[in-house]
Design a protein around this ligand. Sequence first.
Ligand code: FES
Length: 102
Amino acid sequence: PYVTYISATGSETAVAGFAGDSVMETAVRNGVPGIVAECGGSLSCATCHVFVCADSVFDPMQELEDDMLDGTAIDREANSRLSCQLKLSDADIRVTTPETQV
Ligand code: FES
C-alpha cells in the first residue's frame, strides 16, 4: 500500500509500505520527516502522533494508546492516533503530521 504523509505545511510525501508494518516504521525507514518515534514503537513517547485523514481506516485504538495521546506535544484531535500502533493493510492511507514533530 502507499502511505502519504502530509506535513503541517501541506507538503506530501508518498512511500510504498508493506502490509503488517506500522505507519511509524514506514516513515522512519524512508526518512520521512514529521514522525520522531523516540521510543521506537513501545508506546511510551507519543512523538509518533499523527492525524488520520478521513479516507483512511485503521483498527480502533486500545486503552494505552488512548492514554498516551493525552501527552502529545500538540493537543489531540478526534482523528489523532499514535502511528506506531497503526498497522498497514493493503489499502492506501493518508496521515497528517503535527508541526511539533519536525
Ligand atoms: Fe513512541 Fe509510538 S513511537 S509511542
